[in-house]
Design a protein around this ligand. Structure first.
Ligand code: M6R
Length: 657
């Protein structure tokens, strides 16, 4: 899951690559590199370890001219993040340069064979074999050399290839990793994702698996592995580049949190026409849908949590069994699929998640009908499914998913209404009551966003509590140093403490784990709240079904963990209150997410902190509960000085297994 970009034309390639890579940084940010070729066949190659800024800092005050180039931003899979492992990679000579997103699974055997032929390797990456193979097969035609190379590759790839002998050609190829070609006037582009080239062109071609594009500044020819030309459709992008910009916000995450009311409004406007739910690309007949007797939902991470909530929603509306699995488990499990009876629903923001895509293919092979809920238009999962429902959330850049999650939830409610209409499991009265309730959601979300200061205050109080505790530890350190007569030993101890406390925030927060508890339709909300906190603050956090507390997790309770209890007014409200009482009886610290106006839960015997959400039918409350949990995680991350939009070790879309 790296980002690649390429340019050929008359403009300054370096400027265009830098601009493109900046918007792809969310795909990986442990090193970056560019290779630029000028008309006199001179190569400029620059690779830097670390965030993209390290590369751009190096480019300041350097005149890098050239009309052809490829660039890469990396999320390491093979070999640690360093300059040698950064892309672009080259063969024995620097005549063939390659950027790659994906994994070459048979790189080890290819490397051994190439070494026997005298090829020398300078990195630990899987990608480098591609450059060596192209070099080996080159007989004066770069396209043929790449086609032949691809015949040897197992695994997934999106490739950008250039060669010093043909400085007027850029080659792009893909299998199981996304790649698009951008069409300009007298210039053309390649990129992993649309925002990278959107300020330059709106006309694009989505490459499909095993397609290779030969690109000059005026022409794009797409061929299959045998070199046969394929006619491709040009797609016009209609959304704006500003939706992929920060627009004055300090972080994409906050911008995307605050966009949620508009996203939900957009979904409702688009999907509900004259009190009827419509999906334009569902591609499954009413008769086929009526026949469905069970549904299997498959997804990863946040999308999996949306899927779990989808189970509660669809079970209630359709009264048929719904299973939910993480993609990485589903794909290797015995999949029980009954032809024409089982519907597979895949959920994915990016539409490129490797395990979800593999699950799609496995289920398809068994004859299942596949419906996907995707955000990225034209993504692999969207294209390979029988039907797709786009979530209409707009580009989501922050690694921590927020607006895509609530858009997925809303899509499940609408799908529930749509299917229950077909299966006749809902009355007209119920339908109209649900629609009325759903229409309230955008304003309720606005209310939460307007009052987010309260969440910020709680988050920062919690950060202060941590800092206070850290200061206590340092006090202890000072006492220890004073007691040591041997200054060398004292120094050693000081260094040990300093490195401990300056290492991962997770460890620094060791005494302050978070627990998130919810029941019923808000059990998935608890899991999602914990995931949000973990991924951007590195604080250890777990989500549990509140009823499970007594079966183990309650052993964790003392005054240190913060227990976030989702206790909105619902049929399980009383049960939640008794869970909270159990926590308080053990001196626990409780932050309650409660319904506005609930006086009971404000009492000291229940809540140390309270965050209110507007009153809504509890069936729809996950759409609202998500927001304060996202804001809480965000504000703690900001308070701790964490890199909110680019948390360590993560990347936006996981296109490797
Ligand atoms: O693009 P997808 O929805 O398929 O991605 C799934 C997960 O990788 C993703 O939700 C991940 O868990 C996010 N970082 C969560 O914020």
């Amino acid at each position: 899951m790296c980002g690649i970009v390429g340019y050929i034309g008359d403009k300054n390639a370096a400027t265009i690559l830098v601009e493109g890579l900046r918007s792809l940084e969310y795909r990986g940010y442990d090193s970056a590199g560019i290779a630029i070729v000028d008309k006199r066949k001179r190569l400029y190659l620059l690779k830097k370890k670390g965030k993209f800024k390290a590369l751009t800092d190096c480019l300041i005050n350097r005149q890098v001219a050239g009309h052809l180039g490829i660039g890469h931003t990396r999320w390491a899979t093979h070999g640690e993040p360093n300059e040698a492992n950064a892309h672009p990679h080259y063969g024995n000579t620097r005549n063939f340069l390659v950027v790659h997103n994906g994994i070459i699974e048979n790189h080890h055997e290819l490397k051994l064979a190439l070494k026997k032929d005298g090829h020398r390797f300078s990195s630990q990456t899987d990608t480098e074999v591609v450059a060596h193979l192209v070099e080996k097969f080159y007989k004066g035609d770069l396209l043929s050399a790449v086609c032949r190379t691809i015949g040897y590759l197992k695994g997934s790839f999106a490739l950008g290839v250039i060669c010093m002998h043909e400085p007027d050609i850029l080659i792009a190829a893909r299998k199981d990793s996304p790649l698009i070609v951008g069409l300009g006037k007298g210039e053309n582009f390649i990129a992993s994702d649309v925002p990278a080239i959107l300020s330059r062109t709106r006309d694009i071609i989505y490459l499909d698996n095993n397609e290779i594009a030969k690109i000059s500044k005026t022409q794009v020819k797409v061929v299959d592995l045998k070199g046969k030309e394929i006619k491709k459709k040009k797609v016009r992008i209609t959304w704006n580049a500003d939706s992929a910009e920060k627009a004055g916000y300090s972080h994409f995450m906050l911008k995307e949190i605050e966009e949620q009311p508009q996203v939900i409004e957009r979904i409702l406007r688009h999907r509900i026409k004259s009190k009827t739910v419509t999906f334009e690309n569902i591609n499954l007949s009413r008769a086929a849908l009526k026949n469905i007797t069970n549904i299997q939902i498959v997804a990863c991470g946040t999308a999996y949590h949306a899927g779990l909530c989808g189970k509660y929603i669809l079970e209630k509306m359709l009264q048929i069994p719904i299973n939910v699995d993480t993609s990485s488990e589903f794909r290797y499990r015995q999949q029980i699929i009954t032809k024409n009876k089982t519907l597979i629903i895949l959920v994915s923001q990016s539409g490129e998640t490797a395990d979800t895509l593999a699950s799609l293919r496995a289920a398809k092979e068994k004859g299942a009908k596949i419906l996907s809920i995707c955000n990225v238009v034209g993504s692999s999962i969207a294209r390979e499914s029988d039907g797709v429902i786009y979530t209409l959330a707009g580009p989501e850049i922050s690694v921590a998913s927020t607006k895509a999650y609530t858009a997925q939830l809303m899509t499940f409610y609408l799908l529930g209404l749509y299917l229950s209409g077909i299966k006749e499991t809902i009355t007209a009265k119920q339908l109209s009551r649900y629609l009325k309730e759903m229409e309230k959601i955008p304003d309720c979300m606005r209310d939460i966003i307007k009052n987010q200061k309260k969440v910020k205050k709680i988050a920062h109080e919690y950060v202060d509590r941590y800092h206070y505790r850290l200061a206590e530890q340092f006090k202890f350190l000072e006492d220890d140093i004073v007691q040591f007569k041997d200054p060398k030993k004292a120094l050693e101890l000081a260094e040990k403490w300093a490195s401990l406390s300056h290492s991962a925030y997770g460890r620094r927060f060791g005494d302050f784990p978070f627990l998130y508890l919810g029941r019923n339709v808000n059990y998935p909300s608890a899991l999602e709240g914990a995931l949000k906190l973990k991924e951007i603050t590195y604080i250890s956090a777990e989500g549990y079904a509140a009823g499970e507390m007594k079966h183990g997790p309650i052993a964790l309770i003392d005054e240190f963990p913060l227990v976030v209890c989702i206790a909105t007014k619902s049929e399980v409200y009383e049960k939640m209150l008794s869970n909270i009482r159990e926590i308080k009886a053990r001196n626990g610290t409780v932050l309650s997410i409660a319904t506005k106006g609930d006086k009971e839960i404000r009492k000291k015997e229940y809540s140390n902190y309270i965050i209110e959400i507007p009153e809504i039918d509890d069936f729809f409350s996950p759409l609202l509960v998500a927001l304060p949990l996202q804001i809480l995680a965000y504000q703690i991350a900001v308070g701790l000085g964490c890199d909110v939009d680019q948390p360590r070790n993560l990347a936006k879309s996981v296109t490797v297994e």
